[in-house]
Design a binder for this molecule. Structure first.
Ligand SMILES: NC(=O)c1ccc[n+]([C@@H]2O[C@H](COP(=O)([O-])OP(=O)(O)OC[C@H]3O[C@@H](n4cnc5c(N)ncnc54)[C@H](O)[C@@H]3O)[C@@H](O)[C@H]2O)c1
Length: 385
């Protein structure tokens, strides 16, 4: 049996994403399944080392999950040749210096999105890795959600005919923390621009890779942001000023002419199929995908509504949709991408979700903010080289 045992530095791992999606649902899940079985006689084993600032938190997390290695000495972890991969899930504004440090140490780099809050920095990180010939990647987890994989399958099968438009609705009510019994369910930095917060930088990064990969390359954006709730309560129980946008209303024009309208908001209550749904309408059919499920309505099954407000609506519009069945197993989206990245590093398999692709997400977010500020459409500059 050929066994690769690779050290993986998980930095910022005590945070929400680091702990849940990356440590528990991805790396430990890979460890617990016996590694990545490449063939009957080749396996890749993962050996995480947890890094961060707080020894107490790291020690507790490591003990809770049976992880042997943790340290507050990131330089020491980077100096250890056993650690092939550096992963960062720290708060966004710290990402650049961590990535540059790890690149200087020659590690393969994988990190959360956004890679930065401005395109210049995001591109610099991509170039640092490219120039040094370092393998690199950015989390683009939504691409492996079952709902979006089903949507991709429908597109590949030609279900839609000519795709005309897509509308995305993302959001839910994030409690302000001011009412006893309703604590906020997101970290407060999300609502402070000076700490890298804001829904535009958060969500337009996602919408860029979702659209580029599934529906077509984004060409231009028009975006209106808002800070609907100007004050929230922080982790310390004290009020703070919400300086970042908490909702945005964006239209994207794709190179292939498809028009996409996406609302993203932390100030909406949900009466739809999921926290994120995307509806795609084509000449021969439509689909609505949520995180895990997807429903279709072909042209031949499309009802004929007639506008008549004097009677109750005779059509149950939910009835005319068929659910796309699960025809395969859907593993955790973050874990799937982790496995692809690890295979890229160890086996040299292709991996196209690079820091440069991540920079395109930052570019769309920055353009969205510029569009809001100037009240104009913004065309995106090509970024492929
Ligand atoms: N892919 C996704 O869907 C998704 C979802 C949410 C967040 N994110 C991204 O993940 C990152 C973390 O977000 P989160 O929601 O987990 O936030 P969080 O506040 O829960 O976690 C941030 C982590 O960074 C650590 N940190 C802060 N400063 C640090 C420093 N100087 N050195 C080392 N560690 C430091 C914190 O201790 C904490 O562990 C953000 O960049 C965010 O944009 C991605």
């Amino acid at each position: 049996m050929k066994t690769h045992n690779i050290g993986i530095i998980l930095n910022g791992v005590t945070g929400r994403m680091g702990t849940n999606q990356h440590l528990i649902r991805s790396i430990l899940a890979i460890r617990d399944q016996g590694g990545i079985q490449v063939s009957p006689d080749e396996v890749i084993l993962v050996d995480p080392i947890l890094t961060g600032r707080s020894a107490d938190k790291l020690q507790a997390l490591a003990a809770q999950h049976g992880v042997e290695r943790w340290t507050t000495d990131l330089d020491g972890a980077l100096a250890d040749a056993h650690n092939l991969i550096f992963f960062d899930a720290s708060a966004t504004l710290h990402r650049a210096r961590f990535v540059e440090k790890a690149a200087a140490a020659g590690k393969a780099i994988y990190c959360e999105k956004p890679t930065a809050v401005d395109t210049e920095t995001a591109l610099r990180l991509a170039k640092v890795c490219e120039d040094a010939g370092i393998k690199n990647g950015v989390v683009q987890d939504k691409l492996w959600l079952p709902g979006l994989r089903k949507l991709q399958m429908l597109i590949d099968q030609g279900f839609f005919g000519r795709i005309l438009s897509a509308r995305g609705e993302f959001g839910y009510w994030v409690f302000t923390g001011e009412h006893q019994g309703q604590p906020a369910q997101r970290p407060s930095w999300n609502y402070r621009k000076e700490d890298g917060g804001g829904i535009i930088i958060d969500m337009l990064c996602h919408w860029r890779y979702v659209l580029d990969n599934i529906l077509g390359n984004v060409k231009a954006v028009s975006c209106l942001g808002a800070t609907h709730i100007p004050e929230r309560i922080g982790e310390d129980g004290k009020p703070y000023a919400a300086t970042a946008d908490d909702a945005c209303y964006a239209t994207f024009e794709l190179e292939n002419g498809v028009i996409c309208q996406f609302n993203s908001s932390w100030d909406v209550r949900v009466r739809r199929d999921d926290l994120f749904v995307i509806q795609v309408d084509g000449t021969h059919g439509s689909a609505i995908a949520g995180l895990r499920k997807c429903w279709i309505q072909p042209l031949g099954g499309t009802p004929k509504p007639i506008w008549n407000p004097d009677i109750d609506q005779p059509i149950d519009f939910y009835e005319g949709w068929q659910e796309v069945p699960d025809a395969t197993n859907y593993d955790n989206a973050f874990k799937i991408q982790w496995e692809l990245f690890i295979r890229h590093v160890v086996l040299d398999e292709p991996f196209r979700w690079s820091l440069r692709e991540g920079a395109k997400g930052v570019q769309l977010a920055e353009a969205g903010i510029a569009s809001w500020e100037t009240r104009k459409w913004i065309e995106l500059e090509p970024m492929d080289t």
